[in-house]
Design a protein around this ligand. Structure first.
Ligand code: GLA
Length: 395
């Protein structure tokens, strides 16, 4: 039987040496070649959405620098819809969206952003609004006519339905809608979507809803990391949206949350109130060096490669230029030193250069390993690149 570290090493070997397995068929809609980035109303506002709110958030995303850092999709989650009309067309809440959804999409587009919306594969959404069951083609056409660029489809009130069948229906409806639309599956990992969703959607949830607290974030990290080999350009595991800036974690914890989502090539959907964010929240979410790790064109999901002492972990992600992004993660309640060995992160070289992506500083050239003191519930996030090839040995 493999020990825990044996399992970790085996995973590392399969990722770094042999590459990931390729699912037979992949959705090929040409979208989300890197993990989608944007903002979604749910984590902070729940059902309290309106035209005015979404416009103000779009304004703030544009003016705060988030748009220019890559956050492009502005997504209204549940509760925008109230009914269907006599022809079955979905109807938005006219009190909260007095100008209708198309006008809102136009507003968001005029800000240089893209517009996303939420529905549910069952009879009703999780908040009891009309679902899309039986209206897949009609809803996809409606969304396309409104200028929707991204659809998240939930899985409440879907008992008796088969997830892969229902989601494939909506994939096909979107494909015939006449508009390129990113497709986000949200069945919380309950039907092993990593086995079939790459052929259906651009991203699929792997976990229950995230909570704005450290144990929930770590739980989603651990679950999402089980499926690393299926992620690739156009098809991403989704450990749920970001909680950065919502107040339930410290800034160190939010830096860890953001770093680990980047290491996992996770979608980066912010979930806070952009209008009132603190400078620290803005700095975390717009760290371009960390975002570049998430958006790296190689599109590999990083994994846990070492845990020499309990709760002191090393995570690594291969990047297109041959370097590795590394997160030294301290899950424990005291500051601790964590060491990343070059071999363990998949760099078979004698020495490597190290850059700290939160300090924005080069640390120098190191042989065999790099160690750093990591705060409790925090990370040190690094980019480690080979300094020179291993000298050929002669005997
Ligand atoms: C589910 C989803 C959440 C959110 C809510 C809305 O719980 O997982 O992300 O969309 O529904 O009701």
């Amino acid at each position: 039987m493999l020990s825990r570290l044996g399992i970790i090493s085996a995973l590392a070997v399969s990722l770094f040496t042999f590459g990931a397995s390729t699912p037979a068929v992949l959705l090929d809609n040409g979208l989300a070649r890197t993990p989608p980035m944007g903002w979604n109303s749910w984590n902070h506002f729940g059902c309290d959405v309106s035209e005015q709110l979404i416009e103000q958030e779009a304004d703030a995303i544009a003016s705060s620098g988030m748009r220019d850092a890559g956050y492009h999709y502005v997504v209204i989650d549940d509760c925008w819809q109230t009914a269907r009309d006599a022809h079955g067309v979905i109807v938005a809440d006219s009190a909260r969206f007095p100008h209708g959804i198309k006008a809102l999409a136009d507003y968001v587009h005029a800000k240089g952003l893209k517009f996303g919306i939420y529905t549910d594969a069952g009879t009703k959404t999780c908040q009891g609004r009309p679902g899309t069951l039986g209206h897949e083609v009609q809803d996809a056409r409606t969304y396309a006519s409104w200028g929707v660029d991204y659809v998240k489809e939930d899985w409440c009130n879907a008992s008796g339905l088969v997830a892969r069948v229902q989601y494939a229906k909506f994939r096909d409806a979107l494909a015939h809608s006449g508009r390129p639309i990113v497709f986000s599956l949200c069945e919380w990992g309950s039907n092993q979507p990593w086995e079939w969703a790459p052929a259906i959607g651009n991203l699929w949830r792997t976990t229950d809803d995230i909570g704005d607290n450290w144990p929930s974030m770590l739980s989603n990290l651990d679950q999402n990391s089980q499926h690393s080999t299926v992620a690739r350009p156009g098809a991403w595991n989704d450990p749920d949206m970001l909680e950065v800036g919502n107040g339930g974690m410290t800034d160190d914890e939010y830096r860890a949350h953001f770093s680990l989502w980047a290491i996992m090539a996770a979608p980066l959907m912010a979930g806070h109130d952009v209008r009132t964010m603190s400078p620290a929240t803005r700095e975390i979410l717009t760290n371009r060096e960390v975002i570049a790790v998430d958006q790296d064109p190689l599109g590999k999901q990083g994994i846990l490669v070492g845990e020499d002492k309990s709760e002191l972990q090393v995570w690594a992600k291969p990047l297109a230029d041959g370097s590795r992004a590394v997160a030294l993660l301290n899950r424990s309640s005291a500051a601790a030193k964590i060491t990343a060995s070059l071999a363990r992160i998949g760099l078979h070289v004698d020495s490597a250069t190290v850059r700290d992506l939160w300090a924005h500083e080069d640390r120098g050239t190191f042989r065999r390993e790099y160690a750093a003191e990591v705060p409790s519930h925090g990370v040190i996030m690094l980019r480690i690149a080979p300094a020179k090839a291993r000298a050929a040995t002669t005997s």
